[in-house]
Design a protein around this ligand. Structure first.
Ligand SMILES: Nc1ncnc2c1ncn2[C@@H]1O[C@H](COP(=O)(O)OP(=O)(O)OP(=O)(O)O)[C@@H](O)[C@H]1O
Length: 301
């Protein structure tokens, strides 16, 4: 009966009231607005070692959501080593933007370069499909969230094809894009971020003291040759720091809890120690972040 769902506005309908509306063609669902309190609680509780990323994400979201009619869509680019929480944070954002437990596939669109755009020779087709997908979904639901994984492997021409949607336009062919949110996930820049974190550590400074405005965020290489950068369409470059022993311990503890096992301190220390492998001398960071924690816990129990 619910033909189309859409997330909009600041309505405070209850779930029951929403269900009563469900015979309408278009069901407008309330967004969490302002979202920052809920997201902040979730990010602070679930994400370890990423104070910088959390801080910037929260500022970015509240700036965008505060405005009734943002002048451009919010575009954030997450950078960092594998397993540091880029996808995790984007799913927390997705979960928190919407108040109800309704399938999020209507509003949250995930693209994986490897999965969705595997053949370079089909790039013209992909461009058209991608533009149509974005246009169609934003015209149905202005507050749509688009998450692009493995952005650094995406063919440049393809990224550039979504450029018109990311800029300052009142409307394009009758569609307003200012409420859409785009998140790009990248490993590009991860080594540089680690280098800076390491410098801080070596000069006995706390990583929490790395300022938000740091040169590390003018990141090089990979998809940065794209027009997205040259045209300044990315609003925030968000660094994900490499995870330390204590963060991996937190991930292991959380994983044990999730898998319903007691918190075995020896096992927590053993897994975290085995995973902290970089640099080879100091063994300060986990080069896989928390990515393999779940399987290691499953294997060890
Ligand atoms: N900072 C973190 N705090 C808590 N858990 C984390 C963190 N980073 C990673 N994890 C855990 O590890 C899993 C894998 O991390 P995630 O997929 O977010 O990494 P990623 O940075 O997106 O990696 P990749 O670059 O390989 O895609 C998450 O689902 C989460 O359970």
């Amino acid at each position: 009966r619910v033909v189309s769902l859409c997330l909009q506005g600041t309505s405070t309908w209850s779930e029951k009231e929403l269900m009563q509306q469900s015979n309408h063609q278009l069901l407008i669902l309330p967004l969490r607005n302002p979202p920052s309190l809920f997201i902040k609680m979730d990010l602070d509780r679930k994400v370890f070692g990423q104070h910088l990323a959390i801080q910037i994400v929260l500022r970015a979201l509240s700036a965008n959501m505060r405005s009734k009619r943002p002048r451009k869509p919010l575009v954030m680019s997450f950078h960092g080593w594998t397993g540091t929480g880029k996808s995790f944070v984007s799913s927390i954002i997705a979960e928190n933007l919407y108040r109800l437990n309704i399938p999020r596939r209507k509003f949250v669109h995930h693209f994986s370069t490897v999965l969705h755009f595997p053949h370079l020779s089909h790039i013209h087709l992909y461009k058209e499909q991608l533009q149509n997908w974005i246009r169609g979904n934003v015209s149905a639901c202005p507050r749509s969230l688009f998450i692009f994984a493995e952005m650094d492997q995406m063919p440049h021409g393809l990224i550039d094809s979504i450029m018109p949607f990311l800029g300052y336009h009142e409307e394009i062919d009758g569609v307003y894009y200012g409420k859409a949110i785009f998140i790009f996930l990248n490993n590009a820049g991860g080594d540089k971020i680690t280098e800076i974190a390491l410098d801080y550590w070596r000069s006995l400074k706390r990583r929490e003291d790395i300022p938000v405005k740091n040169s590390l965020f003018s990141l090089p290489g990979g998809f940065f040759h794209s027009q997205l950068i040259q045209k300044n369409l990315i609003d925030y470059f968000i660094p994900f720091l490499p995870l330390e022993y204590k963060h991996v311990r937190q991930c292991v503890r959380e994983e044990l809890r999730m898998q319903g096992h007691p918190e075995d301190e020896d096992l927590i220390a053993e897994i975290a120690l085995a995973m902290t492998d970089y640099p080879s001398e100091e063994r300060l960071y986990s080069s896989k972040g928390c990515k393999t924690v779940a399987s290691r816990v499953a294997l060890s129990i």
